[in-house]
Design a protein around this ligand. Structure first.
Ligand code: NAD
Length: 367
């Protein structure tokens, strides 16, 4: 039976979800809320949604499923608002927030006892881009789509959500909300703090040591790429996962002190072990590894997971100085595009960007 889905927040995530839902459920009615008119207009014009509003409460009673795809603070405030609206019995409410405990706790507090269902969710895909104009039906392909079930997630809720979102081609997984926040604090939130701190330290240092800017190369670029992330989103992530992140910061300070002490003592063995252990641990971890060149020129291409796509790209790039090609098939949060292709020089990078853009409709990002 065709359902009515209401997406509140037609930003990068919400609008991309709308496209994914329509892909597998063209008969569903998709309603959209957005504060600004620009994203509402784009979403309507591009047929991502069927109807749009700037009054959140007005469409909520019509929906079988409501997805809040807004900043964390706003998500919580809309959950509060939903508690006082006359919603369809058994409506499923879900969200897209990057931290989960604060949102799930709010849902448990405000929605308990109401005839509604709730399941927290975090689609682990995205980029530095924002707004409906950046929507991409392939954004979630092969990315983890995390559900954090709680007492309001009654049996059958997850199955309905997975069916709704089948067109996203994501990998669904369930985890406790608190554990989600602990894990992401270590592998995502804290690294963002580190990247931004390192960038800031370097910028200050470069005021006195001008060559620092010029000498910064591949290693520095890799360490600081995520310092370009959207500040508003990261502020709200840190503020909604405070204790866990502070714990990671304290732990890291101790590690830095240990290395500092080893250096000051001139303890060669300890320093060697420090590097060697980290190297072995990284090699054992399933994260993408960069090409064997220290300084390369990379572009990222968003391609669908279809047969011969890579062959097609390689065919186009025949004759360029392509040195490495990597498929980012793991967790794609903050990774620009699935294919990462490295070239030896800037001219070939530019040529490749031109060739792919001219001959395909895939999105190409040069970083
Ligand atoms: P976005 O900036 O593209 O969109 C945010 C949306 O929220 C827009 O529609 C905007 O109009 C709306 N909005 C912002 N403040 C509002 C307010 N005060 N009142 C009403 N509407 C408001 O951001 P996005 O990337 O789509 O992020 C949406 C959610 O998804 C966030 O909770 C974010 O943490 C989460 N998320 C983002 C990423 C990512 O990498 N971008 C990845 C996973 C999850």
């Amino acid at each position: 039976m065709a359902k009515t889905v209401y997406i509140a927040g037609l930003g990068l995530i919400g609008a991309s979800m709308a496209l994914g839902i329509k892909r597998d459920h063209p008969d569903y009615e998709v309603l959209g809320y957005n504060r600004s008119q620009a994203s509402r207009d784009i979403a309507l014009k591009e047929d991502m949604i069927d109807r749009a509003t700037d009054d959140f409460a007005s469409f909520a009673p019509l929906a079988d499923i409501i997805i809040l795809s807004l900043p964390i603070k706003q998500t919580i405030s809309f959950i509060k608002e939903l508690a006082n609206l006359d919603l369809k019995e058994g409506v499923i409410i879900s969200d897209a927030g990057s931290t989960k405990s604060a949102i799930v706790d709010a849902a448990e507090q405000y929605l308990a006892g109401k005839p509604v269902r709730f399941v927290g969710a975090h689609p682990m895909a995205g980029s530095h881009k924002t707004g409906a104009a950046s929507a991409d039906v392939n954004l979630f392909e092969n990315a983890y789509y995390i559900f954090t079930p709680s007492s309001l997630t009654s049996p059958g809720t997850l199955e309905e959500m997975k069916d709704l979102l089948s067109g996203l081609h994501a990998r669904f997984i369930e985890i406790d909300a608190k554990e989600h926040d602990r894990v992401t604090s270590q592998i995502s939130h804290f690294p963002h703090i580190l990247a931004s701190s390192l960038m800031e330290q370097t910028a200050v240092y470069a005021q006195e040591h001008e060559m620092a800017r010029r000498f910064a190369a591949g290693g520095f670029r890799d360490m600081t790429r995520i310092a370009e992330s959207e500040p508003g989103m990261w502020t709200s992530i840190l503020l909604s996962n405070r204790e866990t992140i502070l714990d990671r910061i304290e732990d890291f300070k101790e590690r830095l002190d240990e290395v500092g002490q080893a250096i000051s003592k001139g303890d060669e063995e300890q320093i060697w072990n420090f590097f060697n252990q980290a190297r072995e641990q990284r090699q054992a971890m399933e994260i993408h590894k960069r090409g064997g060149v220290d300084s390369s020129y990379d572009l990222y291409v968003d391609v669908p997971d279809e047969e011969d796509v890579i062959l097609r790209i390689l065919e186009l790039l025949r004759g360029t100085s392509l040195v490495n090609i990597h498929i980012n098939e793991e967790n794609r949060e903050d990774i620009h595009g699935i294919l990462q292709i490295s070239f030896k020089n800037a001219q070939d990078l530019e040529r490749a960007e031109h060739l792919i853009t001219e001959n395909t409709d895939y999105t190409v990002v040069v970083k």
